[in-house]
Design a protein around this ligand. Sequence first.
Ligand code: FAD
Length: 494
Amino acid sequence: MKSTNPQRRVVVAGGGTAGWMTAAALARTFGEVIDLTLVESDAIGTVGVGESTIPPLVLYNRLIGINEADFMRATQATFKLGIEFQNWKVEGEKYFHSFGSTGKDHWSAGFQHFWMHGLENGHDANYDEYCLELKAAYAQKFSHLPDNGLNYAYQLDSSLYAAFLRKMAEGDGAKRVEGRIAEVELDEVGNIAALQLDNGKRIEGDLFIDCTGFRALLIEGAMHVGYDDWTHWLPCDSAIAVQTASVRPPLPYTRAIAHDSGWQWRIPLQHRQGNGIVYCSRYLDRDTALDRLLTTVEGERLTEPNFICFQTGARRKQWHRNCVAVGLSGGFMEPLESTSIHLIQRAVLRIIRMLPAGEVSQRDIDEFNDQQMTDMLQIRDFLILHYKATERRDSAFWRQCATMEVPDSLQHKIELFRETGRVFRKNEELFVENSWVQVMMGQGIMPRSYHPIAAKLTQAELDHLLNSIRESVEKTVAGLPDHQAYVARYCGAQ
Ligand code: FAD
């Protein structure tokens, strides 16, 4: 039998959200079974954005034993029930991608089929009216409900989250080393042997996790695994972020507001609001983008603008030899649906599941790469949908998006939905049927037909189904407390 000693010395390079999420989870899970060191450079700093999340983070925090109220207090977090998309289909219209389910699915067909049957039979209520999370978001209400009755995520201060996780990781035995990585030392077969810091320290390890952000010092700088460029599908390549004082109670949702060459975000936290503009530099110059951001933000500006350039795409291998990329070092696909922190979480949980016993197994590496890349490709398609399915033709940017060729996998999904109203979720895909339905219909793709099971209902059964769902949503929302008051009470409770 082979030795089951895990890779003893694990080195995390970089201390942004990715680095500390990795270190906290490894330290909490393995304790002294591994020797964990994180290297970061205060002089370099972090990317300084990444504040909107999706529901699986609730589970991640729970898995590593984080008390939710402590976490929300420490990160000034608010609850998030979804994202409002303004101006994506056409200027002046909006839709909401909620985290919940809409209506009630039948095992054979999603709720959209029953809703469409209702449209033909005297029920003119919008699809939105059947979604609890959406209605609660617009009423600015929130409460924890039994059985995950209200599906939610967080809007958080990412630097405070990293600090919170650091405290936890250090408490669980992780060592932090300050210094700039000057060189990545390879051994004779091409594995990473050590990191050389510019202060003379040398950090040896068995397994190295590259969390150095866009620099990707280990996985690309030393390992040269290559990068798949997706800018022909996800054309934005620049962002500017600023933080502002809150001017109103924080909304329990994030806003993504399209403009003629990209979009802007607004993420409300307890103590301030995060704002940013994302754009394609081919169509909008930096000064105009900055001007547009600064003239549209609400509230007093608290920070200087943070300029960020990026290339959408994915590292060809997320794990190579004894190096795993986690976070921006593994690729970046746009902040549009808040999926980056989620990909960090998926990678970290996979590393824990596949922590090598003794020698690194190529089969683990292949499995990891396959799983992580499947996630990325599915998310990529979902993001491209927002750009492709638009009726906007008012700028060169939107004309390019509307006419671009998209991956076959996405084209198939769009056409299937357009013809039949069906969406299928494969390989534990992150975005469930209801997410696709909300975004496709929100962006103007309406099915031409619906499942015959819906027509099986008599008029009385249909009336009862649709009316009872709406009444239940309305009643539940009416009974929910105000979001801001709930956050204050929840975070105040020690
Ligand atoms: P970074 O934060 O850049 O951290 C890199 C670390 O490596 C730092 O500690 C740095 O000091 C260290 N480092 C680098 N080089 C060296 C060196 N030579 N020596 C020592 N240390 C070094 N994600 C979401 O989920 N939701 C969002 O709303 C969201 N919005 C975003 C908006 C924009 C415009 C962008 C660009 C990204 C957004 N993201 C979002 C992604 C999110 O910001 C990142 O996934 C997350 O912050 C993780 O970044 P990171 O830790 O990989 O990199």
